[in-house]
Ligand binder design. Structure first.
Ligand SMILES: NC(=O)c1ccc[n+]([C@@H]2O[C@H](COP(=O)([O-])OP(=O)(O)OC[C@H]3O[C@@H](n4cnc5c(N)ncnc54)[C@H](O)[C@@H]3O)[C@@H](O)[C@H]2O)c1
Length: 247
């Protein structure tokens, strides 16, 4: 039986850990030729050790020159999975201009660069597919202490719709994924930063009507569907995957 992503060339950002890593592995298991990128070389090395057929490449998704060079090195790209993101904790009162600029740079300008330099290849190929990781904390829901994070994640939803509208005639699809809270290394770090991490964990879980966090694998499974031709009629849509958080 053929695999769902047989021979598709896929670039994944933030593939060193968490959702990006799980998705790179899921794409690989479905037969894709994956290039896993991240700013963190160490986590990429462990990925490559575990899965030698996943190519890894250190890439800062906010570095325009490096992304341009990277795009020139690619022969073909069928799918771009944009997963880079950073969570700033706090309200507008906790968000200095540098925090605002940092979050918008990492969370959305990175996607602007990645798409700007990779989409010309998709246009030439007359087919392409872009998947951006947003969040429930966005235009979907206002969550306490997610001011700049939610603002930048809402921008991803707008960017996704714009790309979908502009390139539909080029046979390029663009969708977003909006996870609820997912059990990833960065979530563990966020919990540790609270005064009472045990209570903080309980509070995060209590936000999820299903009474549990999501797993990176569950997000990856949705990404496989969106990357595959099974979803060929789907574009411009933000797919919530959140244990009922947005009901
Ligand atoms: N974990 C959650 O609960 C959750 C919920 C909703 C949305 N998301 C989103 O999912 C995505 C992945 O989150 P996660 O928690 O799995 O990841 P994570 O925070 O655990 O890992 C992020 C990865 O991004 C890499 N990275 C950071 N800056 C980079 C840059 N400039 N260039 C390249 N790589 C960079 C890091 O090295 C790391 O490997 C993010 O966009 C996040 O906002 C996560």
């Amino acid at each position: 039986m053929s695999k769902r992503l047989e021979n598709k060339n896929i670039v994944v950002t933030a593939a060193g850990q968490g959702i990006g890593r799980a998705t790179a592995i899921a794409f690989h298991k479905e037969g894709a030729k994956v290039i896993a990128t991240d700013i963190n070389e160490k986590t990429l090395e462990t990925l490559n050790k575990e899965y030698p057929n996943i190519k890894v490449k250190k890439l800062d998704s906010t570095n325009k020159e490096d992304i341009e060079k990277f795009s020139e090195s690619l022969e073909r790209v069928d799918i771009l999975f944009n997963a880079v993101g950073f969570v700033h904790h706090g309200t507008i009162l906790d968000c200095d201009e540098k925090d605002w600029d940092f979050s918008f740079n990492v969370n959305i300008k990175s996607m602007y660069f990645m798409i700007k330099f990779l989409i010309p290849k998709m246009i030439k190929q007359k087919k392409g597919n872009i998947i951006n990781v947003s969040s429930i904390a966005s235009s979907l829901r206002g969550l306490p202490n997610r001011f700049v994070y939610g603002s930048s994640k809402a921008a991803i939803i707008g960017l996704t719709k714009s790309i979908a509208a502009d390139f539909i005639k080029d046979n390029i699809r663009c969708n977003a994924i909006a996870p609820g809270t997912v059990h990833t290394p960065s979530w563990e770090d966020r919990v540790k930063a609270f005064k009472d991490p045990v209570q903080a964990k309980k509070d995060f879980i209590a936000r999820q009507p299903m009474g549990r966090l999501g797993t990176p694998k569950e997000i990856a499974d949705l990404a496989v569907y969106l990357a595959s031709d099974e979803s060929d009629f789907v574009t411009g849509v933000t797919h919530a995957i959140d244990g009922g958080m947005s009901i």
